[in-house]
Design a protein around this ligand. Sequence first.
Ligand SMILES: Cc1ncc(COP(=O)(O)O)c(C=O)c1O
Length: 429
Amino acid sequence: MSTMLYLDTARLGQMSPTALKMQCDFVRLMAEDPSSLYTEQFLFEGVTATPEIPQRFPELTRWPGIEGLKQQLRQTFAENTTSDTKVLLASRTTSLMQSGIRSLVAAGRRHLLLTDLTWPPYRKWIQSFARLRRIRLSLLPLRKRIWQQGFTADDVAREILKYVRRNRSDSLFLPAVTHTGIRLPLPTILRSLSDSSTNVRTVIDASQAYGHINTGDWTHLADFTFGGCHKWVRAYLPLGVAFARQQDRARLHRKIVHDPLLQFCDATGTGGGPMETVNVVPLLTAHGAVKDLMPCSEVSRFANAAQEFQPIHQRCPTWSVLSPHRTLCSKIVLLQSESPSVRKLPNQQLRQLLAEHGISATTYGGGVVRISIPRSRLSKPGRIVHLLAAGLGRLDRARKPAIPDRSFSDGHTAKTSGPVGRLSPSSQP
Ligand SMILES: Cc1ncc(COP(=O)(O)O)c(C=O)c1O
């Protein structure tokens, strides 16, 4: 069966309508005029430099050039930053994460604090980089305290700040929203650090934040914020975007990891320096997707998606909503099956099974399913809950006998009186 309900924006967002239209017209332009000075002028300077283009390719009328795109991204995701903050565009988010970490070293930082909420591949890279460069690394465990002990946003902020001060860390790497949907209290943490005399440098992973939560209220407080446009922004094609505070312009420049698109975008368009051939289409789709984003103020009704999904448990008693404290919630929600046969399934098999029942979502061990809902006028929570419950109900019926076993494998018991459960240690994604 084809997928009917797309709830996997945290992995890869569905391309937005304007992103799609811009991609189509740009590809048509490239088919006719793949690489001339004329198309380069269009890319760098926009339609003001190439007024004939809109007549032939109407969707490209809105393209403001690469500098215009940077301005648009700054206004959308980092509106309170000033001109000392540089906007970097790259083909991979990972290049920007590595640039952010290297910029800490360039600024003389030698003791970095990470938490166990870090995206696992990033944590691995940072650990090996720290070993090579003799950077002291501290790891603050928060995951269990959030999922099992009910930590609030204030508890998380207090714990991180206490740890930074007690251990005299001089730098901090945090995700704004984790891959399992924990929204960290960044405004509190960053404001407190910038008010104090600790001079702690911060690198923030906004991969799950751009287009999902309001980032404008803290990006100006961080030293380096990075993320991509292919998830919640819904550009589909990967484009990494970073906002880097330049305390020292030359030092930052030296530490930026080699990324061909980054180099291309930083050229003036006059052909300065050797360059690789790069895919520039993500620049266009990112611009179109940002145009389609709903302002954060219009999506307050999605403030606590875990709350919205509580009726799932009434409709499908074998599924519980796993929820951190409401002050840490985002539009990523975890559900867990209480059926032993579903819990035993390997990730990919559960993912396949969901797809066969009309649901596209990410799966983890222990029957945990991650659903993520983009901010869109069409994403009505009631309708999504209805369709999701119908799909999960079909899945349960297909996997008979579905006699619920309500005990978690570690002996903890899931809350049965209500729909909101806690993650058992064995099934923590
Ligand atoms: C918190 C977080 N950071 C980084 C990444 C990696 O993002 P990308 O798809 O740009 O490699 C992910 C991916 O899901 C993520 O959840």
